[in-house]
Unconditional design. Structure first.
Length: 388
């Protein structure tokens, strides 16, 4: 490779420069402090491990498998994967490494790697931060997780104008089971719902058992009251459907009570990661941003791959995405060289205030620190900070 190209990075990978790195690191620390205050214990997971451990999401793992870089371990000859998501790793910890009884709460922050960008204008190496709650299948656990996610977004300072989307895969899943549909028909319906193709949906559902209910599910997907009034009595009496509907409605009410000014939207046919999630799904959006700021949902049984199936719910976000457009002015104070006790004390005092102080070296002068914003000067025997 010509030397002129050796500094180039692969597509979807970028350096983070000081002005933004400081913002991201502050976000990371603040977010982990919020999680710790709610009882979520920090874990660090390895960047690489056996591919079998990273493939614990069963049927849903086709997308994750495609997103995972794979290499051969030179020690064992086995296939390794570079983590593309940290949730399977935390599930492994909950199942075998730290198998506590009752409810377990974990949080994490670390870089993951994707073979391809997972969305428009996204990085292939997100800095993923998230929280997972194992051992509770109650609505309260989902409400706690949504509330926690919103608290993090508020801490970031993006709460104005944000929008929360709620959905529940149990509605569609229970209707499919009730109607006895084939996998192929299920996939076609899922595609129509995802594309919001109502005319096609109306035509497609004509020949289906409970076809009117499938159409109503798409037609009134954002209005629970209208949905309830248009669905058939037989479907509403189905226990699985009723539980999903009640869980979604209860979550909406409880979150609205905690966040009265929050705009909450409902979409019962938002089927992203349909085979992965098993219940409530949630995502929070900001104005003028297509991708969610954070998203998550319930994924019961995730630990089954490791021999310990447990109810689970969680969310994650990309700190790089959260920090977009935010930059921090870094104050750098330059101090003259020397060992005078008053000078050294002044330098220590300024650092104690949270400012960065660079003391000049050798024959250096102020020009040797081109990014300096202030200097420490002696004015009538007193060391004072002066803006450059």
């Amino acid at each position: 490779m010509p030397i002129s190209e050796t500094w180039l990075l692969p597509d979807g990978v970028a350096d983070v420069l000081p002005e933004q790195a400081q913002v991201i690191e502050t976000l990371r620390r603040d977010a982990l402090d919020v999680l710790a205050s709610r009882g979520y214990q920090l874990v660090y997971t390895p960047f690489i491990e056996y591919i079998e451990s990273l493939s614990s999401l069963s049927e849903s793992n086709q997308d994750l498998d495609l997103a995972t870089f794979k290499v051969i371990d030179q020690l064992s000859g086995r296939l390794l994967g570079v983590r593309a998501d940290m949730t399977p790793q935390v599930a492994r910890i909950d199942a075998h490494v730290h198998p506590v009884e009752g409810v377990a709460r974990y949080c994490y922050a670390g870089t993951v790697l994707h073979t391809k960008p997972q969305g428009f204008n996204t990085t292939r190496a997100p800095l993923q931060l998230g929280a997972e709650l194992f051992g509770s299948n109650s609505i309260d656990a989902d409400v706690e997780m949504v509330d926690l996610m919103l608290n993090l977004i508020e801490k970031v300072g993006l709460v104005d104008g944000i929008h929360l989307d709620l959905g529940h895969v149990g509605l569609f899943r229970s209707l499919v089971k009730h109607a006895g549909l084939s996998k192929a028909t299920e996939r076609q319906l899922s595609d129509l719902y995802q594309r919001k193709a109502l005319p096609e949906l109306a035509e497609f559902t004509k020949a289906l058992k409970f076809g009117s209910d499938f159409y109503v599910l798409g037609r009134y997907s954002s209005d629970l009251n209208a949905l309830q009034s248009h669905l058939s009595a037989e479907l509403l009496a189905d226990e699985a459907f009723k539980q999903a509907f009640d869980a979604l409605k209860t979550t909406q009410i409880e979150i609205q009570t905690r966040w009265p000014n929050l705009h909450i939207g409902i979409d019962v046919v938002e089927l992203r990661s349909y085979h992965y999630h098993t219940g409530l799904m949630y995502a929070v959006y900001a104005p003028n941003r297509a991708a969610p700021l954070a998203q998550g949902g319930r994924y019961d049984g995730i630990g089954e791959h490791f021999g310990r199936a447990r109810p689970a719910t969680g969310f994650s976000c990309d700190l790089y995405a959260l920090s977009v457009g935010q930059f921090k002015d870094i104050k750098i104070v330059v101090a003259p060289k020397g060992t005078d006790s008053n000078l050294l004390k002044a330098i220590a005092d300024v650092r104690q205030q949270g400012l960065s102080v660079i003391q000049l070296l050798g024959n250096d002068d102020l020009n040797s620190v081109p990014y300096a914003t202030h200097q420490l000067v002696n004015v009538v025997g007193e060391w004072t900070i002066k803006q450059i």
